[in-house]
Design a protein around this ligand. Structure first.
Ligand code: IPE
Ligand code: IPE
Ligand code: MG
Length: 246
């Protein structure tokens, strides 16, 4: 494994966990078996990120568009989610992890929502890594929701037009309290964003890897982090400007 510079880890790592279905298909297994194995990877990666000292880990677990999948798959995913949250809460407590959810929670089945609420309450005072699951999450929906709330506040006289800027708008997003992701990893070889964190990814480093999520392990994670550490983040400036500053 590569040696990582602990001072240059991403503060916020976001992951599009993709390829569970293909992993299963390649092995002539049902898609749900791929999702089950995907949950094992989640456990491993959460543990490793927390050990490394990453501040925020955000995992895309279920998109608004995923509701369009066959009902049996959606039900199986919701059951898995419920079990995962329930079984992981004690481990989150042990590792000082604060659980967080972004997305339209009103769409979740009541039993899943109950587990979510329980885990949020139990872990609320933990001060270690913030583990965010994007559940029933769609970024365009998030932006429209933010715009509606902002318009509502303006109509009610709580804010004025002059106050509207990036910082204020950011405050209406699900991610209001989080820094933008520094690194986004997508597994399974797909190179697209799939309606994930469109606003927040403005200057995120993107990393794609070919392995399917159930096969993603510590080695792949370290490779991605190492790749990230070798990059120069210029934020529109020139390389010379950055070198002068440091
Ligand atoms: C990612 O794996 C998990 C979810 C989207 C819930 P997929 O289920 O998308 O797997 P592929 O892309 O079909 O292989
Ligand atoms: C994105 O994966 C959503 C999650 C990982 C939860 P998808 O597999 O749903 O994305 P598309 O539809 O192939 O872009
Ligand atoms: Mg997929």
């Amino acid at each position: 494994m590569h040696t990582l510079n602990p001072d240059r880890l991403p503060r916020h790592l976001a992951v599009i966990m993709d390829g569970n279905g293909r992993w299963a298909k390649q092995r002539m297994l049902r898609r749900i078996v791929g999702h089950q194995r995907g949950v094992e990877t989640v456990r491993l990666i959460v543990e490793e990120c927390s050990t490394l000292g990453i501040g925020y880990l955000t995992l895309y677990a279920f998109s608004t568009e995923n509701w369009l999948r066959p009902k049996s798959e959606v039900t199986a995913l919701m059951t898995l989610l419920k079990k995962y949250i329930r079984s992981e809460t004690p481990r989150m407590m042990k590792n000082n992890i604060r659980f967080n959810v972004i997305g339209d929670r009103s769409e979740l089945p009541p039993d899943v929502e109950r587990e979510v609420t329980d885990a949020l309450t139990q872990t609320a005072s933990n001060s270690g890594m913030v583990l965010t699951l994007a559940l029933s999450y769609g970024s365009r929906q998030e932006i429209v929701r933010a715009a509606r709330q902002l318009a509502g506040d303006m109509a009610a006289g709580r804010i004025t037009l002059d106050e509207v800027d990036e910082t204020l708008f950011n405050g209406y997003l699900y991610t209001a309290d989080m820094p933008d992701p520094d690194l986004l990893i997508r597994t399974s070889g797909e190179m697209r964003i799939s309606n994930f964190l469109l606003w927040q990814l403005a200057y995120t480093e993107l990393y794609y890897c070919d392995v399917n999520w159930p096969d993603f392990g510590k080695k792949e994670l370290h490779r991605a982090l190492h790749d990230y550490q070798a990059r120069e983040r210029r934020f529109g400036q020139t390389s010379d400007q950055l070198q002068k500053r440091s």
